[in-house]
Ligand binder design. Structure first.
Ligand SMILES: Nc1ncnc2c1ncn2[C@@H]1O[C@H](COP(=O)(O)OP(=O)(O)OP(=O)(O)O)[C@@H](O)[C@H]1O
Length: 254
């Protein structure tokens, strides 16, 4: 049975800028004021006296099949970092992250596509990477072509596509298979026009079929429509975890 388990997860990012070692000294008194007033990550000193950004701090939660979890929080609260850690892009500095089940990600528009290859070649690469059968690749090829309305561009390198065409290809590809666990950043809910109507419809059915959804968004409407549970992140910690109506009431007031 698919499951997501996050235990005492912490993530820090080192600052590689040449000045970072002395950043705290430069900021002086302002450092503590900035830290206290900031809605976002904390600058801290690690045990080697380097200034690092502490983005997630002691996060623990579990998600069971059938749960659709929305992540909310102010800009910089750590939502994208949490999604990327769940997707295996970032390694926990402390704690444990365990996902059981097939994973699908809608995290950024490039989705690992190779711009030198054609749309069709990227589709095949996606199939190869996912260990799909020839028949399944053919089905996806057709499905993505129809959805993306790319016409003869499907046989041209992706680097020649307009940004809208790239999004259509990436989105079509990422939603061509229904994973058991779907991780999604709200980037995919932005946009306008016909494409977004089509995209939302396609996402809606994908979300219904996935066993677990974890979605980051600033839109209360989306949380109420799609989620059964909301986790509110603040300064890299969980401030509240509960039913969308309960969490949103307090979050919006706050
Ligand atoms: N590679 C990095 N190096 C240093 N700091 C980083 C890095 N990536 C993210 N951060 C910092 O971590 C914090 C959390 O970022 P994250 O993108 O996870 O927030 P978010 O909640 O998704 O924000 P938003 O709602 O604006 O998308 C931010 O303060 C950001 O500046």
């Amino acid at each position: 049975m698919p499951k997501v388990s996050v235990q005492h997860l912490s993530i820090i990012f080192p600052l590689y800028h040449g000045e970072s070692r002395s950043l705290k000294r430069h900021l002086g008194d302002k450092f503590s004021k900035w830290q206290a007033g900031s809605p976002s990550a904390h600058l801290v000193q690690d045990n080697r006296d380097r200034t690092v950004v502490s983005v997630l701090n002691d996060i623990t939660f579990e998600v069971s099949p059938g749960e659709r979890v929305g992540l909310i929080g102010r800009n910089g609260a750590g939502k994208t970092t949490l999604l990327r850690t769940l997707a295996g892009i970032y390694e926990p500095v402390e704690g444990r992250v365990r996902l059981e089940g097939t994973i699908g990600t809608l995290l950024d528009s490039s989705l690992g596509m190779n711009p030198e290859l054609t749309g069709r070649e990227n589709i095949r690469l996606f199939g190869l990477h996912g260990g799909l059968s020839q028949q399944e690749v053919e089905r996806i090829d057709q499905d993505v072509q129809e959805f993306g309305e790319l016409g003869s561009y499907i046989d041209l390198p992706v680097k020649t596509y307009s940004s809208g065409m790239k999004v259509r290809l990436a989105f079509g590809l990422a939603t061509s298979l229904t994973p058991q666990i779907l991780l999604m950043d709200e980037w995919f809910l932005a946009g306008d026009g016909n494409f977004m109507l089509k995209a939302k419809e396609r996402l809606g059915s994908m979300i219904e079929e996935a066993d677990i959804l974890i979605l980051s968004t600033h839109q209360p409407k989306v949380l109420k429509e799609w989620c059964t549970r909301v986790i509110w992140l603040e300064n890299g910690k969980i401030r509240m975890d509960g039913r969308p109506e309960d969490v949103l009431d307090i979050y919006l007031e706050d």
